[in-house]
Write a protein that binds this ligand. Sequence first.
Ligand SMILES: [Zn+2]
Length: 412
Amino acid sequence: MSSEDRTRQVSTRKPNLSNVKVAGHDVLRTVNRRILLNILSERQPISRADIAKLSGLNKATVSAITSALLKDHFIVEEGAGRTTPIGGKPPTPLRLNELRFGILGLDIRADETILALSDFHNRLVARKSYETGNDPRAFLTEIGGEIRRLRAEHTQFIEVAGIGVSLPGLVDNRAGKFISSVVLPWRDVPVVEWLRESTRLPVIIDNSARCAALAEIWHSKSHYAHVRNLLYVSVSSGLACGIIIDGSLYRGWTNAAGQFGHIPIDFNGPECRCGQRGCWDLYASDNATVARYRNLPGATAKRGVTMRRIVELVESGDPAATEAVRETARYLGIGIAGLVNGLDPEVVAIGGEIAKAWGVVEPVIAQEMGRNMLASAGRKIELRRSTFDVRPSLKGALTLVLSELLSVPHLG
Ligand SMILES: [Zn+2]
C-alpha cells in the first residue's frame, strides 16, 4: 500500500478553519525538527545516515536540520573530532543535549506534594517533598520560593522550559485553574497565574489521571513504546481515567474528559457524592475496597485501615483483604469492559495502590473483561499495570512540559 493510500484510509480529521494553521515553511520546519528530536530521544546515539533512514527524509535535509539543532544546542555530537586509521572521518553519532532544558514537575496530592527537576533527557535531577497546605495561596507562594531556590541550586541548564503541575480532581487546563476535588479542600484556584507570578516561568496544569496517561505513552519502553491509543484507569480514593487517542491526550470540550467514575452501573445502588446513584466509583475505588474490607467478618485491621495496608495484607496472604481486593477487581473489569467496547484502545493501563497486588487483580479483571466485552474473535486487549510504580502523576507533570517541546503540531 502506498503512503497515499494509507492516508486515504485512516485520515478523517476535518481542518479547523476557525484557527487554521497551514503548512508554511516555519511549520514544516518545526514538524521535521520535532520528528528528528523524537528519533534522537529514542535511538540516541544515532548517526545522520540512520536518522535519514528512519525518518524518510533525504540526507541533505537531515544534515540541514541537525546543523540547526547543533547551533541551537538541542543536540551534541558524540566523540567529535575522531578520525579513522586511514585518516577519514567516521560518522559522528548525535544525541540530545540533556542540559538544553531543565523541566520542573509539581505533583500535588491531598497529603503530600512533590517538586522535581528533570533534564531534557527525562532524568530526575532533584526531588523534594512537602506537606500540602489547605490554603492554596500560601502554599503555592511557598512552592514558588522553593522553585526559585531549586533553580539557583541547578544552574547547569541553558533554559528552564516550564513547570508542569498535576492536581487531583477537576482541572480546567485552558483557563489554568484547579476547579475542585473531593480530596483536596481547594476551590477555583488560579494555579497557573499564581505560580507564574512567583516564578516567571510558563506553567501547564492537568489532572493526575490525565498526567499519568501522558507519562505512559511518552515514556513506556520496549513493545509499548509505540502505543497510539490507550486507556489509563487511575484507582485511588476515587476513579478517574486518562484517554489517549492517536497519541494525543483527549481533554474534551469543557476539559472534563475522563470522569468515567461517575457512570452509574446500578441505578438502585447507593447515592454517590455526585448526586447520582450507583456510580462505578462507589464499587471500584480505594474507598470502596476499604469499606468492603471493613465489613468482612475476617478483617483483622478494621480501624484506620488504608488501601496501602490492605495491599500489604494481600501480599501476606490474608484471606479477607484478598477477598475485598478481588471484589474490587471484578467491578474494575466490568467497568473497563464497557469502556473498551466504546473506545477500543490498544492498551489498558491501571495505576494506583491496587495495581501493586497485580497477581491477584489482573486475572480477575481479565476474566470480567472477557465476559463483558463485545465479542470480536481472537481479540485480546493488552492489560497492564502502570509503568511507573511510584507517582505516575509526577512523571506526568514533567511530561506536560516535555510533550510541549517534543510534540508535533497539528496542521489545518
Ligand atoms: Zn457519582
